[in-house]
Design a protein around this ligand. Structure first.
Ligand SMILES: Nc1nc2c(c(=O)[nH]1)N[C@H]1C(S)=C(S)[C@@H](COP(=O)(O)OP(=O)(O)OC[C@H]3O[C@@H](n4cnc5c(=O)[nH]c(N)nc54)[C@H](O)[C@@H]3O)O[C@H]1N2
Ligand SMILES: Nc1nc2c(c(=O)[nH]1)N[C@H]1C(S)=C(S)[C@@H](COP(=O)(O)OP(=O)(O)OC[C@H]3O[C@@H](n4cnc5c(=O)[nH]c(N)nc54)[C@H](O)[C@@H]3O)O[C@H]1N2
Ligand SMILES: [Mo]
Length: 763
């Protein structure tokens, strides 16, 4: 009999938890106060010592033998194990060479990715601090894959991203006040399982249940039925993907035509109505955006569209828009149009009403904010000004010196020689992976710090093994979760893995910048330093302010929170002159002379219906929805027990409607091949009416696994949809990621089934 495990506190993006050992078995238990804990936690036990972990520093053979330079052998070559000293000497030498020959502006250090939850070991912060302090800076990326379009469009018409997403309507307000919640893209519980920095209580399920029990109606506008949970008792409306803007225009037209729009609200709180109204009625372009007009585009009956608008008028209605809608061609439009529709309904700024961008997409939204700060690792000063919108990485590497548009500016792609990645997986997050492979072949050197042999690590020249979160101490905290967690070490480092911090310290030493990088602190020194602002703020509020030792011993402390005050939208509603919105006119901009002045055909001066160029067509008749996976966070621990158990025949599961399956002779459990002009992958078919006809759904996150790495158009045998997605920006305004949607054909796969080798370390 094994003794019961002694569980120690820890935290992750998928929840606060406790872990310990029962014999040689890792036991992971969610925080006891979490009302709806998350199965993703159970990826940890199997992942910890999995063969997919990187065990020692590795250098690509071609790079080691021939030195730095462009190479299409990346992702095809073998690796040579080297000692830490050798790896760090080689890397420090290469960093100095690139800096001296080309300047820090030849280093791309954007290093996008979610990495792990702790405040200190956050890999992206570590790599940015290192590049700033030891090399003088790097070319950075701006915005996110999550919200590339909304981050740019929201401030133009309504307010800063945080104010419209995080500091807006709360779940408590929905429970108490909302009468109808229309969720474009839904609010899937699979998504709110996750929150960057950690979450101690998943409240979304019970909140929707409580609101529904009070009589609040939920409407799920999505190609997928389970984008709202059973508990919401939702009505399901499934428009054609990427047509929500037309649907909302049809609703707006109904409001206008029937005099249901809130004229007083528009008058007092909005600017630019005349331009928008002229477009809506067709006065400016000859096309009235009626419900009938919308019906022909979005595939819902006109009566459904008009009826929904009528049901929302004069009631406490809330429009929610998932990130997914703007992660698509012309993604700016639904974000703006949802705001205009909400303005016409006149509910913006009221408790549980109006417009909340991305409520339910991540567990941080709809919560109160902490009233004391949690420090982050300071990143130093970046001496390089050049940047790219994050999803333009392949464009940058393939077109150095080329001009591109961004939010009214004309910018130029820098000439990059060295790419440094720690804490992200571009072979997960980027689109058109075959194109990205060509882009990565252009640089002199690709450096990757990784826990495991992701495809990104396999394409690197220098791979440095890092500890995973369970193998180090950290502080877990997030701005909307009241629990600050002492993340205790649960396990010893795997193989020769070292902390990102230790690796950067030794590199900084070799570059003569150790002190600048470390400020003389070791890990414990930094944890104490980062804890101090929180302790001080607690003391200043006259609240119990435990010392670092007391905090560490207790395992967690509960932080005070701000009142649920509705943020800037409420303040604006209550006093539009005294608390104007931080937009150009101080009001909600239903049209924008600023955006109009940019002259972008793909993002005009008011929200507009722009037909997608990537809609299904001859040879690619189905929409592909490539959304977030339920069984993991992105690609993290795809090799873990929970993620693996949900695959079928070792592949990711693709959902397809029975009609679409029947005409292709596809049966439940068949292996299918998804393909278009950019690439192909395998998946296992689930035949179900949970997806709209004409749509197939394959989540992201299965590790890219080329059947023959030598092939430029290799078949991914595992089911990574990013071999199929398009690498184009949302528009010239935001240049956001458009990975959510593309068009494909699907067929039953009849060849010899290739094995999945994604989790076997490379030769
Ligand atoms: N087609 C399509 N593509 C998409 C999306 C979509 O909807 N459709 N969604 C997009 C979105 S919203 C996002 S946010 C991105 C997410 O893309 P990413 O954030 O890049 O995905 P992750 O899998 O979280 O990558 C994190 C990596 O960091 C590693 N890691 C974890 N902890 C540490 C650490 O301490 N140190 C180091 N060195 N490494 C660590 C993990 O092993 C993992 O490989 O994907 C985007 N891609
Ligand atoms: N379990 C889990 N949760 C996560 C993540 C994860 O990797 N795993 N990632 C987190 C991250 S980084 C982010 S940014 C958020 C992302 O949050 P979202 O982008 O909102 O999440 P998705 O699941 O990609 O998309 C939500 C739903 O939108 C629907 N949809 C797609 N296209 C359309 C369309 O054109 N119209 C309409 N009406 N609906 C459409 C799809 O059916 C999809 O299920 O999720 C977070 N939560
Ligand atoms: Mo994201």
């Amino acid at each position: 009999m094994n003794a019961p495990p002694r569980l120690k506190p820890h935290s992750s993006h998928w929840g606060v938890f406790r872990a310990g050992w029962q014999g040689d078995r890792l036991v992971v238990e969610p925080h006891p106060n979490d009302p709806d804990p998350n199965g993703i936690l159970q990826n940890f036990p199997e992942a910890l010592r999995h063969r997919a972990r990187v065990a020692q520093p590795m250098v690509r053979r071609g790079w080691l033998e021939k030195g730095p330079g462009p190479s299409d052998r990346r992702g095809r070559d073998t690796f040579v194990p080297v000692s830490w000293d050798k790896a760090l000497d080689l890397l420090a030498g290469e960093l100095a060479r690139v800096r001296d020959a080309h300047g820090p502006g030849a280093i791309f250090g954007g290093s996008y990715g979610w990495s792990s939850a702790g405040r200190f070991h956050h890999a992206q912060s570590q790599v940015h601090r290192f590049l700033n302090t030891a090399l003088g800076g790097y070319v950075k990326s701006v915005n996110s894959y999550s919200a590339g379009a909304s981050a740019v469009i929201l401030p133009h018409f309504l307010g800063p991203f945080e104010a419209v997403s995080r500091r807006n309507v709360t779940w408590d307000q929905v429970v108490a006040h909302s009468e109808i919640v229309v969720a474009f893209g839904g609010m899937a519980l699979k998504n709110s399982m996750v929150a960057s920095g950690g979450i101690s209580a998943h409240v979304e399920r019970r909140s929707m249940a409580a609101a529904a029990a009070r009589g609040c109606a939920f409407v799920n506008v999505s190609p997928v039925r389970d984008d709202l949970p059973e508990e919401a008792h939702a009505e399901w409306l499934a428009p054609v993907p990427n047509t929500d803007t037309a649907m909302m225009l049809g609703m707006a037209h109904t409001l206008l035509a029937e005099g249901l729009h809130d004229r007083a609200f528009i008058e007092r709180y909005c600017s630019g109505w005349a331009e928008f109204e002229a477009y809506l009625t067709g006065a400016s372009d000859g096309v009235a955006k009626t419900a009938e007009w919308a019906a022909a585009i979005c595939g819902l009956p006109a009566e459904t569209i008009a009826g929904l608008a009528r049901r929302m008028a004069g009631r406490r209605s809330l429009i929610v828009m998932a990130h997914s809608l703007q992660r698509a061609e012309h993604g700016e439009q639904p974000v703006w149009m949802a705001g205009v529709l909400a303005a016409m309904l006149g509910q913006i700024g009221l408790p549980g009403g109006g417009y909340n961008y991305a409520l339910g997409a991540i567990a941080h939204y709809g919560k109160r904010h902490n009233a004391v700060p949690a420090a982050a690792l300071p990143q130093g000063r970046n001496g390089v000004g050049a940047f790219i919108p994050v999803a333009r990485i392949s464009d940058m590497l393939l077109n150095p010196g080329a001009a591109f548009d961004y939010d009214g500016q004309k910018l130029t792609y820098p000439d990059i020689r060295l790419v440094y990645w720690a804490g992200g997986n571009p072979f997960h997050h980027h689109q058109d992976l075959n194109r990205m492979r060509r882009a990565f072949a252009t640089v002199d050197t690709l450096v990757v710090h990784e826990i495991a042999w992701t495809a990104t690590a396999r394409h690197a020249d220098i791979v440095l093994p890092t500890t995973m979160t369970l193998e180090r101490e950290d502080i877990g905290a997030a701005p909307t979760d009241p629990l600050m967690v002492a993340m205790h070490r649960i396990a010893e480092p795997f193989g020769q893995a070292r902390d990102d911090y230790a690796i950067f310290t030794d590199l900084a030493e070799r570059l003569g910048k150790r002190e600048a990088f470390t400020e003389g602190r070791d890990v414990q020194g930094w944890l104490r330093h980062l804890y101090e602002p929180t302790r001080k703020a607690l003391a200043e509020k006259g609240l119990p302010a435990p010392s670092f030792e007391e905090f560490w011993e207790a395992g967690e402390i509960t932080l005070p929170q701000d009142p649920d005050d509705g943020g800037i939208l409420r303040a604006f509603r209550e006093d539009p002159e005294g608390a104007p919105l931080p937009t150009r006119t101080g009001k909600i901009q239903l049209s924008s002379p600023t955006i109009a002045s940019f002259g972008y055909d793909d993002c005009p001066g008011h929200p507009a219906w722009l037909a997608p160029s990537d809609a299904p067509a001859e040879g690619r008749p189905l929409w592909l929805v490539a959304n977030q996976p339920a069984t993991r966070l992105h690609s993290q621990f795809d090799f873990g027990g929970h993620s693996s158990a949900m695959k079928r025949r070792g592949r990711e599961v693709m959902r397809i409607h029975p009609q679409d399956a029947a005409v292709r002779g596809i049966a439940e459990g068949d292996i299918v091949r998804l393909f278009n002009a950019r690439g192909a992958c395998l998946a296992t078919a689930a035949v179900t009416e949970e997806v709209r006809a004409g749509v197939v759904q394959l989540p992201t996150g299965a590790w890219y696994d080329p059947e023959d790495p030598e092939d430029d158009m290799a078949l991914c045998v595992h089911g990574n949809p990013n071999v199929l997605t398009r690498d184009v920006g949302t528009s010239r305004l935001a240049q956001g990621c458009t990975g959510q949607l593309t068009s494909v054909e699907v067929e039953r796969f009849t060849g010899n089934l290739p094995p999945v080798r994604a989790f076997d370390p490379p030769a």
